[in-house]
Design a protein around this ligand. Structure first.
Ligand SMILES: Nc1ncnc2c1ncn2[C@@H]1O[C@H](COP(=O)(O)OP(=O)(O)OP(=O)(O)O)[C@@H](O)[C@H]1O
Ligand SMILES: [Mg+2]
Length: 367
């Protein structure tokens, strides 16, 4: 269960900067999920920790010791890709024994390690099966057992559940998390599935252009996104551009233009400054009548049933913007497409960001 530290690490492929002066600490026994748009450098980050690629600059430490010069096999890490290839011609057990045996562990000892790890992933009874005879989820667990049997203390998982169906994903991610905690391992898990990250991560690292945008617990990401990009990428938010008109003891008035303003609780703002107000979709609601403040007139454009929530997309009147909200499906109040509504939110639920240099649209453009 080592602590991994990256200090000012840069990885260039020719002139392309894949990781850009990145510093990150992953604590002992921590389950860290890594999120970010495609090309952000997630896989490169894992490869750097695994030692498969070397940093162009900077240092990587494991428990305080620099591992820059250690080959991958001596780093105690196991890198698992989505295509976790098992040897198809070897049984489940032989797949697992491969690592220990090739390291010179005696067969008897390797066998014990193999059976123990198989029991851990609840596949002891399938030791003699071949990979093709197992389901996708079982194969995934064999791959995990194989990593564990090779003595890895840090699991590096690159979209390990990507190919599986939704139900199995949910089940397996819980299994992996439990295993990591029970065995006191450290895990770095790349996923593109936000819900997955939020439900299993101790902390989430959001990557963008080779840099860390934010590292935080899921709840802090939700409550205190540090940037517009973080708010937009993780969880989503309504984003409204405006100008700080007045700062009062109760909060600040943000002018959205066309004589529409909203109140935010933030007071640490400068009058005249261009800002973006962010409100989580779950903290936004719809009303049929206007409220005294923070009520934006609009028209429901789309209604989508999302299981626990109903998501309403609203085109706002007068200001060139749209807003969405997620209302619990069990709420008795329902709205129809085309209906005139007021989008409402609380000043306390607003986050205020400085207006991005290249404009809001550019800022949240995710390739
Ligand atoms: N071996 C390589 N040679 C050259 N460029 C590379 C190499 N590996 C990655 N890159 C580039 O480095 C950048 C980061 O790639 P990386 O694979 O780490 O992204 P990622 O965040 O894992 O993306 P995805 O979500 O698509 O898997 C990309 O621009 C990619 O094209
Ligand atoms: Mg990748």
């Amino acid at each position: 269960m080592p602590e991994i530290k990256l200090k000012n690490v840069t990885k260039k492929y020719g002139s392309l900067v894949a990781i850009d002066h990145l510093s990150l600490s992953i604590k002992n026994g921590e389950y860290m999920c890594v999120l970010g748009p495609t090309g952000a450098g997630k896989t490169t980050l894992l490869k750097l920790i695994a030692g498969v690629v070397r940093p162009t600059e900077g240092e990587i430490y494991s428990d305080g010791q620099s591992v820059n010069d250690l080959p991958p096999e001596e780093r105690g890490t196991a890198l698992m890709f989505q295509g976790f290839a098992l040897f198809p011609h070897l049984t489940v057990l032989d797949n697992i024994l491969f690592g220990p045996l090739s390291k010179g562990v005696r067969y008897k000892d390797a066998f014990k390690i193999g059976m123990d790890t198989l029991d851990m992933v609840k596949l002891g009874r399938r030791a003699r099966s071949y990979p093709a005879e197992l389901s996708g989820g079982m194969q995934q667990r064999v791959a995990l057992a194989r990593s564990l049997a090779s003595g890895a203390k840090t699991l590096l998982l690159d979209e390990p559940l990507g190919a599986l169906d939704a139900r199995l994903r949910t089940e397996l991610r819980r299994d992996i998390k439990t295993l990591v905690k029970d065995l006191d391992l450290t895990a770095v898990h790349i996923t593109h599935d936000q819900e997955e990250a939020v439900s299993i991560a101790d902390r989430i690292a959001l990557l963008r252009d080779g840099k860390i945008e934010q590292v935080d617990t899921p709840i802090d990401f939700y409550r205190h996104p540090k940037t517009i990009f973080a708010a937009h990428f993780l969880g989503g938010a309504n984003l409204l551009e405006g100008v700080v008109r007045r700062v009062t003891p109760e909060g600040s008035v943000i002018d959205l233009g066309r004589e529409i303003d909203v109140m935010v609780s933030f007071k640490d703002l400068k009058e005249g400054k261009l800002v973006v107000v962010g409100v989580r979709l779950e903290r936004t609601c719809l009303r049929r009548a206007a409220f005294r403040q923070n009520s934006l007139l609009g028209r429901v454009e789309a209604v989508r049933f999302l299981g626990e929530f109903i998501k309403y997309d609203v085109v706002l009147d007068r200001i060139e913007s749209a807003a969405s909200c997620k209302i619990p499906s069990k709420s008795p109040e329902k709205f129809g497409a085309g209906e005139k509504v007021y989008v409402h939110f609380n000043p306390d639920d607003c986050v205020v960001f400085p207006s991005p240099r290249l404009g809001l649209r550019k800022e949240i453009e995710v390739i």
